[in-house]
Design a protein around this ligand. Structure first.
Ligand code: HEC
Ligand code: HEC
Length: 323
């Protein structure tokens, strides 16, 4: 009997251990081995011109760039995969479907099911010489890009509201835990400790999360060559949802608009400056805006009412005077 009990106990422990291993594997989208290659591929996709060794000498715009006239971008940035194919990997069918980044170039999301040799071919200019990026990078980097396209592309569209760009669903409490535990040490509890350049402005993490959730997700999951020291999701085994949870929390951080520069003519970057009377960015300003609208409406009604009563009084006074 004793033997039976200890035997089944051992079996139970074995099963528990095995199931832990299995669920762990399912919880993370990438195995440790793949992760390294996919991360490199993602950073190459972000800006291979800053990642490949030796650094390439590039002059002017990427040749394909001249096929479009809509984007105002120019120079070395036009050689980056992301400039044409987007942070959401959907090209002109995704977030770049309008605005200054619109080029009309396609996305790469559908290409994730292509086999490695075909993808290598595309990156080697098989469909057009102008798309030959192999000329600038080693085989290892081409393979990393292929690994990223096959295993790293995550579809977030159904989890991001297309108008407000806010995360739909998601676990805010989990986002807070992950952010405080891994990100706050560098970015600060309020996300203001590090500033980024974004379309000619200095912005913080909270504003980036609101302004470009896809860039936030790509760099949170895979990092950026600009910050090799950064802790990143793919290395922590984060699921796609955990990335979105952190984004959801980051969207509640101050956007920096509260301490906006006082307008001074001549020192403002034209165009992108936030208008103080702009659309409500959270529920409180939303309620304030609504209350403001109601108050204005009420005031208007009172004034109109007073004018009407005044006119009636005048008419009555006039009629009485004639009697
Ligand atoms: C200047 C714009 C531009 C840049 C930069 C660029 N591409 Fe492309 N890419 C295109 C265009 C246009 C097509 C579609 C026509 C073609 O296949 O040449 C395309 C096609 C692709 C496809 C095939 C998509 C499909 O569904 O068949 C993949 C994959 C791809 N690019 C990956 C990359 C990667 C990775 C990089 C960076 C190393 C990159 N591209 C850089 C413009 C660009
Ligand atoms: C060890 C310090 C460190 C940690 C930890 C860290 N970051 Fe960063 N992060 C940086 C630095 C440095 C930059 C690059 C700033 C720049 O672009 O010059 C950066 C950049 C970013 C960017 C890209 C900003 C852009 O310009 O697009 C995002 C998004 C980001 N971090 C999110 C996070 C998140 C989410 C976490 C937690 C999982 C995190 N970071 C943890 C240091 C850190």
């Amino acid at each position: 009997m004793k033997k039976f009990i200890s035997g089944s106990l051992l079996l139970l422990i074995l099963i528990l251990g095995l199931s832990l291993l299995v669920t762990n594997g399912y919880a993370s989208p990438l195995s440790k081995l793949d992760a390294e290659q996919v991360i490199r591929g993602a950073q190459l996709y972000d800006d291979w011109t800053k990642v490949v060794v030796p650094a390439p000498t590039l002059t002017g715009n990427q040749p394909i760039w001249s096929q479009q006239t809509t984007s105002t971008l120019g120079g070395v940035d036009t050689w980056r995969c992301v400039s044409c194919h987007g942070w959401d990997y959907k090209g002109s069918e995704g977030a770049f479907r309008s605005g200054p980044n619109y080029t009309g170039f396609p996305g790469i999301y559908a290409a994730r099911t292509k086999d490695a040799s075909e993808l290598e071919g595309i990156l080697g200019g098989a469909n057009g010489e102008a798309h030959d990026f192999q000329a600038y990078m080693g085989d290892g980097d081409v393979q990393a890009l292929v690994a990223f396209i096959q295993n790293g592309l995550i579809e977030d569209d159904e989890f991001i509201d297309p108008i407000s760009l806010k995360v739909l669903g998601g676990d805010l409490a989990n986002g807070l835990t992950l952010y405080s535990g891994t990100c706050a040490q560098c970015h600060g509890e309020d996300g203001r400790q590090i500033q980024f350049r974004y379309e000619g402005q200095n912005i913080n993490l909270g504003k980036l999360a609101m302004q470009d959730p896809w860039r936030f997700l790509h760099r949170t999951r895979f990092g950026t060559a600009r910050a090799p020291e950064m802790v990143i999701g793919a290395n922590l085994g984060w699921t796609a949802q955990e990335g979105r949870d952190v984004l959801l929390y980051a969207q509640t951080l101050p956007t920096g608009m509260e301490t906006a520069n006082t307008p001074s003519i001549g020192e403002q970057t034209p165009g992108n400056a936030q208008q103080p009377g702009g659309p409500a960015s959270n529920i409180f300003t939303g309620i304030l805006t609504a209350l403001g609208a109601i108050a204005t409406g009420l005031l208007f009604a009172v004034i109109i009412g007073a004018i009407l009563i005044g006119i009636i009084l005048l008419v009555v006074w006039f009629l009485r005077g004639r009697k």
